[in-house]
Write a protein that binds this ligand. Structure first.
Ligand SMILES: Nc1nc2c(ncn2[C@@H]2O[C@H](COP(=O)(O)OP(=O)(O)OP(=O)(O)O)[C@@H](O)[C@H]2O)c(=O)[nH]1
Ligand SMILES: [Mg+2]
Length: 303
């Protein structure tokens, strides 16, 4: 399945709701772009969870271009799509690879947001592209967390480095990066325990991991990915902002887009959090994953 089809399938619930709303919007033939139309359009956009600001800017754009005219659905949607693409535009590769030596990627986020599963998906994509991957099981909090990553490592053909239960996550990360250097691996991906942005000691723990690996490889971690659960909607937004204030993240992996009718939340995230969205999770299997491309995303939403 190509990216477009994957996204479209994953976004199924969002696409469905949006299609019904858009159909209703144009139910009446020859409907002019008046205040009522603009309000209806605004509400349709808000229902995707893109946020009031983005919905307002988009309906303002329609007003500017079409006010008082009788319009075709295709013309309106074209302008809506272009506006959303503008609002989401970002300029960052999915992964900033190391100049030389292993690329280190640290994953963090709140409990259950999809870190470990996203790591498995990224690992799969990287191995498929011909890379070797060392996983660091730095979630030493729960024994089950290590087992979960071990199973993935075995299934995907990645190395894994673990530590004793309750041991210092930074020391596991250190061991994993050392292993990646020693074996000439292309990537070292470090899993961490779920935590809340308000748990200061746990946020400091992430800082410590970053400091430790930076001593092993200058510029490491090359990426610090914050995993956000798309089904948490506007709540997730506030969380993401606080999280990245506490520990600087370089990008977002948006998981569980398949479980929400509010896929428009990506627009709000792009606008409000100020981090690029690197990948999206579209299901529970290792293949339900895609590099995020704003243009294709918007096209899939309105397809
Ligand atoms: N539908 C769907 N489910 C997902 C996706 N990503 C993760 N999940 C599910 O969400 C649940 C939690 O995923 P994990 O990857 O274990 O989350 P985590 O952040 O590592 O959790 P902790 O380590 O406990 O903090 C699992 O049941 C996953 O299968 C996704 O993109 N779509
Ligand atoms: Mg986990």
């Amino acid at each position: 399945m190509g990216f477009f089809d994957k996204i479209k399938k994953g976004l199924g619930r969002t696409v469905q709701v949006l299609q019904t709303d858009v159909r209703d919007l144009f139910k009446l033939d020859g409907r002019p772009v008046d205040e009522e139309f603009l309000n209806d359009l605004f509400e349709t956009l808000v229902r995707t969870d893109m946020g009031v600001d983005a919905a307002r800017e988009t309906s303002d754009e329609i007003k500017k271009q079409f006010r008082g005219r009788v319009v075709k659905k295709e013309d309106v949607l074209e302008v809506v799509k272009n506006k959303l693409k503008d609002l989401m535009a970002q300029d960052a590769p999915p992964v900033r690879f190391a100049q030389s030596g292993p690329t280190v990627i640290l994953f963090c986020g709140v409990n259950g947001c999809g870190k470990t599963t996203s790591i498995a998906k990224l690992t799969k994509a990287m191995i498929d592209a011909g890379n070797t991957v060392v996983l660091g099981a730095a979630d030493t909090f729960r024994a089950a967390a290590v087992d979960q990553l071990k199973i993935w490592a075995e299934r995907l053909g990645a190395e894994i480095v673990t530590g004793p239960p309750q041991s210092d996550p930074a020391s596991v990360a250190h061991k994993a990066v050392a292993k990646a250097i020693e074996t000439n691996a292309d990537l070292c991906v470090v899993d961490t325990a779920g935590r809340l942005q308000t748990q200061k000691n746990l946020m400091n723990e992430l800082e410590k991991i970053k400091r430790v690996v930076a001593k092993q490889i200058p510029d490491a971690p090359h990426e610090t990915f914050l995993v956000l659960d798309a089904t948490t909607g506007q709540n997730g937004l506030a969380q993401a902002k606080k999280f990245t204030e506490a520990v600087a993240c370089t990008g977002i992996v948006l998981s569980k887009l398949d479980g929400t009718a509010k896929g428009g939340a990506v627009v709000a995230i792009r606008q409000k959090v100020g981090l690029p969205v690197k990948y999206v999770g579209l299901g529970e299997s290792e293949n339900d994953f895609a590099v995020f491309d704003p243009n294709e995303f918007v096209d899939a939403m309105f397809a």
